[in-house]
Write a protein that binds this ligand. Structure first.
Ligand code: ADP
Ligand code: MG
Length: 657
């Protein structure tokens, strides 16, 4: 017989606060291939401690332990996990089956840590047949009696065809009849050549073994062999074992990863309400990211549409400094433009296609008993074409009407609605600032520009506005249409020079400004950007809070499943396996939250467009971004709980109550 396990003067001390417990005080032991050993002794004598060290669930503080010729002091944690998976099977007093899985899944569990490909259902079913449970393979542990559960645990210990079986009081929780069944199975395994080391404190159970070791106070006091003639010689294949089997597994090895995914979703779904509550933060964060980006994109698209309708070669010349929005705030001089300026600019024929003056003011409009305060715009003849204001219902005013200062008006749809409701305004007479005007057209719908209703407007001929209604002899501004969009800068400079010459202004005088549409666009985008930033920070905060929620629930989950983690480690899970399992679960949670959040976000933006009339546009980019964010949140906040789980000591985890 050659030794497969060899302990030399092994010590194990536990430290609880100030005091220390010497569980093992110099144990030496040689175990040979094919032995059936019972370890006996009073409670607290160190039996389990010894078994844990033999099974690589724990390591000695002092002394040497060789398993299959390997000194365990030189083996890393992962190598020991690999050995447990390959050469050892464990049977515990408390069975340690995973409640959420069917028994066939419980039995094949060691295989996901073996690095071998396949689903191993057949193998598991065969082991279950061996213990007489082939008809119950799709039951869950809760549907089985204690004796049956222990038989499942034995089937699980056998699924990797181990050389060694470690059993810690396997019949401790069973009645006599079930104990007998279990011992019959173990005896049969021994007869097939398995090496079995079993802890028990019952003499009649120990009687099944060939060798009985008795312990007291952390030392071996007796070690008796009973000769048994039928003991098999070592099967030839027993030397088989590979320390590094599965050592080259990649982290995301497909089979294993899929199993973890399935288990993660099973775990998430088995706690539906808790999972939903814990992803609420992520859900809100993602929903607001989606809604925010849909609004931003929608506003941008609407704005571009509007700019296009304004004409892209349009320049706006206004009095006052460009730095102060609007005109005179008392801070500086304001150039007052006249119709002569318009004519001068219009005569720059090679650069300028059209120029028109405008004068703005407010208008009190009255029709019958309704009145409405609106924006009054006095416009030159070319304004209609340049600003796409030619009515589709009714008509624009003629050059003659402009010259004669006729009292004709083109009204925006908002004004039409306020004064006439559903009635036809064309040809009716309204009062603007107490003067009678004839409505000749309805201006095309422009919608909103920021908070401003572009349809709340009345357009009348420039001359009428200046001299009859507003009493101003200067313009509020001039619109210029450049000939080519490429020469915008040059056109602006030329106009600027012209105005400086005409008004005798210094070079650095900023009493007027010229804007083109790109600048106006920039101004508008900066407002929407501010909005986006605001919503973005709300989203970031909810993702942060949501992430902390995830971390919290994952910590709870790790604590709840401490014994499961211990069991998984006992059957060969490495640190990375446990890490991956919990990371997959936390990312699974955040992705689920993210997906619901995306749907709610899209729903909210649709509602906003439907009921509030806001322009929205959900982009694929925002959906991708939200998904990436939820994955990152899951990874980031799942990392700590997952590491905590991975670092657990298998023995302590198994003992956790
Ligand atoms: P047995 O299995 O023979 O009942 P154990 O090997 O479980 O005994 O324990 C031996 C001694 O070590 C006992 O006094 C026990 O209280 C102590 N002990 C075992 N495990 C731990 C632990 N994780 N922390 C502290 N003390 C422990
Ligand atoms: Mg014990």
């Amino acid at each position: 017989m050659r030794p497969i396990l060899e302990l030399r003067d092994v010590h194990r001390t536990y430290r609880i606060g100030e005091s220390t417990v010497h569980a093992l005080r110099g144990v030496s032991l040689i175990v040979e291939q094919g032995e059936f050993i019972a370890i006996m002794g009073a409670s607290g004598s160190g039996k389990s401690s010894l078994l844990h060290i033999l099974g690589l669930l724990d390591n000695p503080d002092k002394g040497e332990y060789r398993i299959l010729g390997n000194n365990v002091n030189t083996l890393s944690g992962d190598e020991q996990a690999g050995l447990r998976n390959n050469v050892a099977g464990f049977v515990f007093q408390q069975f340690h089956l995973l409640r959420r899985m069917t028994i066939v899944d419980n039995v094949r569990l060691p295989h996901i840590y073996s690095g071998l490909k396949g689903d191993f259902r057949q193998e598991a079913a065969r082991r279950l047949a061996l213990v007489g449970l082939e008809k119950r393979i799709d039951h869950t542990p809760n549907q089985l009696s204690g004796g049956e559960q222990q038989r499942v645990a034995i089937a699980r210990a056998l699924v990797r065809d181990p050389l060694l079986i470690f059993a810690d009081e396997p019949t401790g929780n069973l009645d006599t009849k079930n104990s007998y069944e279990i011992m019959k199975i173990l005896k049969g395994l021994h007869e097939q050549g398995k090496t079995i080391i079993m802890v028990t404190h019952e003499t009649d159970i120990a009687a099944y073994a060939e060798r009985v070791i008795t312990m007291r106070d952390g030392t071996i006091v007796t070690d008796e062999r009973r000769e048994s003639p039928e003991r098999k010689s070592i099967p030839a294949e027993t030397a088989r074992f590979d320390l590094h089997a599965g050592g080259r597994r990649t982290l995301l090895q497909s089979g294993r990863f899929a199993v973890f995914m399935a288990q993660a979703f099973q775990s998430i779904l088995s706690n539906k309400v808790r999972s939903l509550l814990s992803v609420l933060g992520i859900l809100v964060g993602v929903a607001s990211v989606i809604a925010m980006m849909a609004l931003g994109e929608g506003a941008k698209a609407a704005m571009q549409q509007q700019l296009k309708s304004m004409g892209s070669n349009l320049l706006s010349v206004r009095g006052g400094s460009a730095k102060i929005r609007g005109a005179a705030s008392g801070a500086g001089a304001v150039t007052r433009f006249t119709v002569k300026d318009v004519e001068a600019i219009a005569s720059l024929g090679s650069l300028v296609k059209n120029a028109t003056g405008v004068v703005s003011g407010s208008g009190q409009t009255v029709f019958e008993n309704k009145n409405w305060n609106t924006n009054l715009e006095g416009a030159g003849y070319d304004y209609g074409v340049m600003r796409s204001a030619i009515p589709t219902i009714g008509r624009w005013f003629s050059r003659e009407e402009l010259q004669k200062r006729e009292k004709v008006a083109i009204i925006g749809v908002t004004v039409a609605k306020e004064l006439f409701g559903t009635g036809n305004p064309i040809g009716r007479t309204i009062k603007i600032n107490r003067i009678n005007f004839k409505v000749i057209g309805i201006a095309p719908v422009k919608g909103f520009s920021g908070p401003r209703d572009e349809d709340d407007i009345v357009i009348i001929p420039l001359t009428t506005a200046m001299y009859r209604v507003l009493g101003k002899d200067y313009l509020s501004g001039i619109f210029v249409e450049a000939r080519q969009s490429s020469g915008i800068e040059r056109t602006k400079n030329t106009i600027s020079e012209l105005i400086r010459k005409r008004h005798r202004l210094h070079h650095d005088d900023d009493s007027f400004n010229i804007r083109d549409m790109t600048e106006i666009q920039k101004m508008l985008t900066s407002t929407t950007e501010t909005m986006s930033m605001l919503l973005g920070s709300i989203a970031a905060i909810s993702l942060l809070v949501g992430g902390i929620g995830i971390m919290n629930i994952m910590l709870v989950s790790v604590t709840e499943r401490t014994r499961e983690i211990g069991l998984r480690k006992a059957i060969g899970a490495r640190k990375n396996d446990i890490m991956l399992q919990f990371l997959v679960e936390s990312v699974g949670l955040t992705i689920s939250g993210g997906v619901i959040g995306i749907m709610i976000g899209i729903g909210v933006s649709l509602l906003l467009s439907l009921f509030a009339g806001w322009a929205v546009k959900t982009s694929i980019f925002s959906v991708v971004l939200a998904t990436v964010f939820s994955v990152i949140t899951g990874l980031f906040f799942g990392l700590w709980p997952a590491r905590k789980a991975a670092e657990l000591n298998p023995v302590e985890a198994l003992r956790y109550e």
